[in-house]
Design a protein around this ligand. Structure first.
Ligand code: GPP
Ligand code: MG
Length: 287
């Protein structure tokens, strides 16, 4: 019989990975994510894009916070929609991978949109359990499955996937290792879509604000250039690069005024406004 700890050590290979898993396993009462997810059952672990409706701040005070939270959720769902817009034509018979799937929000949206089978992987057993319960509640457990696996070594079949995305998860891994695994998993012509925060090579090394974000989430934000080097080294050819920085700033302004602000809002606003950090979408094809 395989014990839990031996499974753990197969999935979590380093002390760093164990620290990241502990962060997500113990961060279970996070109102900034749960209050938003409760609105419609899509629990996201990413940020939002688009202008917020200023009327949410104007109306009656006793329901203002509720309106802000609903608006933040709308912007986070809009972000996942933009990511999925870049996956290209996906058929119901195709297979997709959500690499770093969190509580499953983007996976359920992808399945709802394309009808395709989606597998999600996470190194947080808590998140995997939460997302699989969501899949059962939604009646899609046969088609949307979450696994306690490492996205650097997924054990899925070579060439089995039409599409892969990472929605704000690449700052936890070495990009060369990650894209070697994605190049193995994608069929020829398959599409990879990434949304990430990355530091700006042009402004120099990591700014104080970017360091604060790394510290807050136990992550290692990569420079923009690193993405393109790692993609090119692994037969992944970019077809679209979209700078979403200006579009995400309103989300952070609104979040800073909400009851669910976590204290990291000013670091994001400073980093984006000073230009040391970008919110970037990259779509690339497996060649
Ligand atoms: C978390 O989303 C996202 C990350 C930890 C990755 C860091 C992202 C960057 C763009 C640098 P979340 O929804 O769990 O965070 P929060 O709890 O703050 O809303
Ligand atoms: Mg969040």
């Amino acid at each position: 019989m395989t014990t839990t700890s031996s499974v753990d050590s197969q999935v979590l290979r380093t002390n760093y990975q164990r620290a990241v898993a502990t962060y997500w396993n113990t961060n279970q009462r996070d109102p900034v994510n749960l209050r938003l997810g409760e609105i419609d059952g899509l629990y996201h672990h990413h940020y939002g894009i688009g202008e917020y409706d200023p009327s949410v701040l104007a109306g009656p005070e006793d329901t203002r916070d509720e309106r802000i939270i609903a608006e933040m959720h709308r912007l986070e769902t809009a972000q996942a929609d933009v990511l999925l817009d870049h996956l290209g034509a996906i058929e119901p018979t195709d297979r997709l991978l959500d690499a770093g799937s969190g509580r499953g929000g983007t996976s359920f949206m992808a399945h709802g949109r394309f009808g395709a089978r989606v597998d999600g992987v996470s190194i947080s057993e808590y998140q995997v359990g939460f997302a699989n319960e969501q899949a059962a509640d939604r009646g899609v457990a046969e088609q949307v499955r979450f696994h306690f696996r490492n996205m650097l070594d997924t054990s899925f079949d070579t060439g089995a996937l039409r599409g892969i995305w990472t929605n704000e998860t690449t700052m936890y891994v070495d990009l060369f290792e990650l894209y070697a695994e994605f190049a193995r998993l994608l069929e020829y012509g398959g599409r990879y879509v990434c949304i990430t925060g990355c530091s700006n090579d042009v402004t120099g090394l990591r700014s104080k604000a970017v360091s604060r974000i790394d510290e807050h989430y136990t992550c290692n934000i990569h420079p923009r250039s690193e993405y393109f080097k790692a993609l090119a080294a692994n037969n992944l050819a970019p077809i679209n690069v979209v700078d979403l920085t200006a579009k995400t700033i309103p989300y952070w302004e609104l979040r800073a005024r909400s009851s669910v602000a976590t204290g990291i809002e000013q670091a994001f606003l400073t980093a984006y406004r000073e230009g040391s950090f970008h919110y970037l979408l990259i779509a690339a094809d497996r060649i």
